[in-house]
Design a protein around this ligand. Structure first.
Ligand code: SF4
Ligand code: SF4
Ligand code: SF4
Ligand SMILES: [Zn+2]
Length: 536
């Protein structure tokens, strides 16, 4: 590993050379050889467009070579101002603008910005080249470790995935991109994807969820920062549906970086993500600071999403509950129609939910912070046979439809047969257990031949599948759990391909996605089985 890359990993962050007045990725400035000061946290550059917007807000000119981290803006190594968003209005929480009183008027000119950027790029050129080489070596090694897998780059329309696409294409030649269109992307992101793929000369596989985001909000409620069903349903599911059309496994490169969040700081560089059973994920720029990404983009003249010019620090979904106040403010400023549409949706929803002050609830963003899972509606009752204690019956409040069989396929071979004009089904053998029922009737039973330690586990899994059947909204969130791609959704109906299913049981656990099913995890009111001892 090149020494500078190692240094970066050991001493995380960005440094400031006071002498040259530039950020650098090394402790000693390569231009003047002076020791630089470690500045806490990472930095992103502030574009002229964003700076003009801030100048307008503050009614005061700002230096042109500006950086930001979250809602704090920096000139040099020190902070200049901290923004806040209160009741939907952008304000200044704290300012240190008096520091600007005695500085040279030159720093307010465009020439100063250009000079400093050029100086900055030349000071960091070696480190960036080393980081690039290390990432390329990593990509080649990952590809060598998984030679039989189809290779893709996850592309979100953001700077990190664009950089990874460039690096992977340098390392491996043309490698297609995978874009999961959540249906609530910013218009600039759509435009950028076309521009970037033309620039790179690669194909993009453009995937969409089974149902648009807003339609899913109707059944699952708007997502919150804690209840983020949309990542599974609108992002992962389209990709998993695509993977299921391939006849091989996948090696996917993504642009996740440790400096993005404390959770991501723990991520490994090569990983099997549970909700993508057919994919191994490799992360070439996991250790890159934000500043290094921007320095690379500037130095190589890569096109970037126009959202960054406007001041967005994060290019994600327009209605994301994780958007901070500043991103939300910018959305309202630059995309007023889309913003109003979502705001109105949230207001109507808050009214339907009976919130005491819906307007305030939405304006203050309380919908983003909620973690309420509503109660259960018991629509199935479980009874136990008194004689053997190893037979259980499930009495449904509605007649069973054929869909129930699909959810029971993981437990064994299905037999369907007619008796008195009714379609009966059994799953598995008498030994170790047999599930049986009649389509159109209201009962399913399960009987165990031998009492063993697995009995409880099997019963729990059967019950989970029954609850999935009761709650399924056809979101496809569980598609990626299956390692052989046996699960599919057609017109919102869940199905398991019997020829493909190996009965591994993975999809019947609650391990790989929230409670084993997005609808069970997040659906407003959950339809459930009432067991003895359950309260109403
Ligand atoms: S980025 Fe936000 S809105 Fe988009 S899918 Fe993820 S959590 Fe949902
Ligand atoms: S079983 Fe659950 S996760 Fe799977 S499609 Fe139905 S609702 Fe979605
Ligand atoms: S996860 Fe396993 S049990 Fe479930 S459908 Fe796939 S192969 Fe079958
Ligand atoms: Zn210097």
């Amino acid at each position: 590993m090149p020494q500078q890359v190692q240094d970066l990993e050991e001493k995380w962050g960005v440094f400031w050379c006071k002498n040259c007045e530039i950020p650098i990725l090394a402790e000693t400035c390569p231009l003047c050889n002076k020791k630089a000061k470690h500045i806490s946290g990472d930095r992103r550059p502030v574009s002229p467009t964003e700076r003009h917007m801030l100048e307008h807000l503050l009614q005061q000119p700002l230096p042109t070579f500006l950086f930001a981290r979250h809602n704090i803006f920096y000139f040099g190594e020190g902070a200049l101002l901290r923004l806040t968003l209160k009741d939907g209005r952008l304000g200044v929480a704290q300012d240190w603008l008096h520091k600007l009183n005695d500085i040279s008027p030159d720093v307010f000119t465009e020439q100063y910005r250009l000079t400093q950027w050029n100086r900055c790029l030349s000071a960091n050129a070696n480190t960036i080249a080393n980081l690039e080489q290390e990432a390329i070596n990593f990509v080649e090694k990952a590809a060598g470790s998984y030679p039989d897998r189809a290779r893709f780059v996850s592309f979100s329309g953001g700077k990190d995935s664009a950089l990874v696409a460039v690096l992977v294409n340098k390392a491996l030649g043309p490698t297609p991109l995978l874009f999961s269109d959540t249906t609530i992307e910013y218009p600039s992101t759509y435009a950028y994807i076309t521009k970037f793929t033309e620039y790179l000369g690669v194909k993009v596989f453009w995937q969409k969820p089974q149902q648009p985001f807003l339609a899913l909000c109707e059944v699952l409620d708007p997502p919150s920062r804690i209840m983020r069903w949309c990542c599974t349903v609108c992002k992962s599911q389209p990709i998993n549906t695509f993977y299921n059309t391939l006849d091989c496994q996948v090696l996917n490169f993504d642009g996740i970086r440790r400096s993005e969040s404390s959770r991501r700081a723990q991520y490994p560089r090569v990983y099997q993500v549970p909700k993508y059973a057919r994919e191994v994920t490799a992360r070439p720029i996991l250790n890159w600071p934000t500043f290094a990404v921007w320095a690379y983009i500037q130095a190589n003249g890569l096109p970037s999403n126009a959202l960054y010019d406007l001041g967005f620090s994060r290019v994600g979904c327009m209605y994301c509950p994780s958007n901070d106040g500043y991103n939300e403010y910018l959305t309202r400023l630059y995309f007023p129609d889309s913003y109003s549409k979502w705001n109105q949706y949230l207001l109507d929803w808050a009214v339907r939910e009976g919130k005491p002050d819906p307007e305030n609830y939405v304006k203050c963003g309380y919908w983003k912070a909620r973690n309420v899972r509503r109660g259960k509606i018991y629509v199935v009752e479980r009874t136990e046979s008194c004689v053997t204690k190893r037979e259980y019956s499930y009495e449904f409040s509605r007649p069973l439809t054929e869909d129930v069989v699909e959810f029971l396929r993981p437990f064994g071979k299905i037999r369907m047969f007619a008796i008195n004009g009714k379609t009966c089904f059994t799953v598995g053998n008498q030994n170790p257990f047999l599930i049986s029922g009649i389509i159109g009737d209201t009962e399913i039973s399960i009987s165990f031949a031998v009492q063993g330690k697995d009995e409880e586990l099997i019963k729990r899994r059967v019950e989970r599948q029954i609850e999935k059947y009761l709650n399924c909204v056809g979101c496809g969130g569980c598609l990626g759990v299956c390692p052989v791609g046996a699960i599919s959704i057609t017109q919102r109906r869940f199905a398991i391909n019997d020829g493909k299913c190996t009965r591994c049981g993975k999809c019947t656990t609650r391990t790989y996605i929230e409670r084993g099913c997005v609808a069970i995890g997040y659906r407003g009111s959950q339809r459930a089985i009432k067991r003895i001892g359950d309260k109403e």
